[in-house]
Design a protein around this ligand. Sequence first.
Ligand code: NAD
Length: 480
Amino acid sequence: MTFTEPKAFWIDGAWATPATANRIEIRNASTGEPVTTVPEAGHADVDAAVGAARRAFDRSDWSTRSAGERIAAISSLADALLARSNATAEAVSTQNGMPIAISSATEGVVPATLLNYYAQLAADQPTEEERPSFGGGTTLVRREPIGVVAAIVPWNYPQSLTFFKLAPLLAAGCTAVIKPSPETVLDAYVLAEALEESDIPAGVVNIVPGGREVGAYLVEHPGVDKVAFTGSTAAGRAIGEACGRLIRPVTLELGGKSASIILDDADLPSLLSKFFTATLMNNGQTCYLGTRVLAPKERYRETVDILTDFARALNVGDALDPSTQIGPLATADQQRRVQNYIERGLADGGRVTTGGGQPAGLERGWFVEPTIFDNVDNTHTIAREEIFGPVLAVIPYTDVDDAVAIANDSDYGLGGSVWTADQDRGIAVARRVQTGSIGINAYNLDLSAPFGGVKASGLGRELGPEGLAAYQQTKSIYVS
Ligand code: NAD
């Protein structure tokens, strides 16, 4: 696939000339080769984007239309995106190494699914509810759009995570400035083309690609009413601090180090394809993966052997090959970071049973072999910190109480899973894990249920009705 070299930003419903000549270089993660360059936003571009979103919110009828009146425009965007789903999937896989089979099923379709879901959900919700007042009379409780949203997204699922924000905020009547990650900008241009074709009014969605400095400027911009962020815990902390100072509402979807708890009755070999999705999906570059694998002491060796054979048999290759299960990491920096964690795991006393290096024949891209560690203790760095690569640490436990204690002994609490022949037993264990979401014998993220983290994994929830409420504020009108 060839990519064009965009010259402008999508701002105020038109292609706007960048304020500076700075450009972002995009490389193919599977080959390391340059693909194209795109303009990088500066402060003046962010000012223009926020100004357009502000005008669209304050002066157009977008925010005052009923949710039902917004449906047609939102579904026109869903249609324009679906018509481009292959282009979106290819753009994402080229840049961040996501196997194309995954990007086709997620990045290519989740945006349209979420747009249609939220447009209908908002239309079905009353804008005003009349409630009996404590002091007699009635109170009208209104749901109003929160305003201009700064949406800051990472590179690992760039379009899905954009639409975790954009779909509910559009349905609620908000306007947005999206800041894509510099690692994944081409898919944001596919979105801009879809916006141009759609009936979404000018200024309602604006896109300013750039790095963390541009993101930080956007977060503090006086024209912004709310910040919705997905990314690392370190960046989330900085953004949360800024929003705290400004008393600006913020949603933070951050990192994780979740546990996959294998109970003593689990038939792991029959569950391996689901186990793969719950622990290694997208080359380990997925926030909710259960990368700490907790195995019962008496079945520890057997579990390590099963996972070692499984990891060895995975198909590692070019992200654009439909048979690839593990592609490259998104950047050379990310590859180095994962390699450093593997070295640290060995230094702490862990043992690599398979993987640990760069796969033979794939030296050009940013690959790391699927890697299994045994002899890991929950105090080791590779059990405490998010690696964001295809690396699993297998940790033994003595009984279920010990497994739950190890799972909860983490700074994070985002995802996780329980593996068992007895679903009720699995649910009982899941109830005890401190986490925002957890799966039984799989991890099937449900777009209609709230998603988010506890502890250092974040604040607030996306998806489901809770994800719509994040872009609404209530107003009480006391009618005497
Ligand atoms: P990152 O925090 O480095 O960057 C994320 C985005 O924030 C990028 O667009 C970046 O340019 C911007 N940014 C960085 N610092 C900023 C700052 N101080 N102010 C404003 N913007 C800033 O994260 P990443 O490496 O791109 O993504 C991987 C991380 O994202 C992992 O930690 C992963 O767990 C997390 N993540 C979380 C979820 C979730 O829903 N909880 C989902 C996907 C990824």
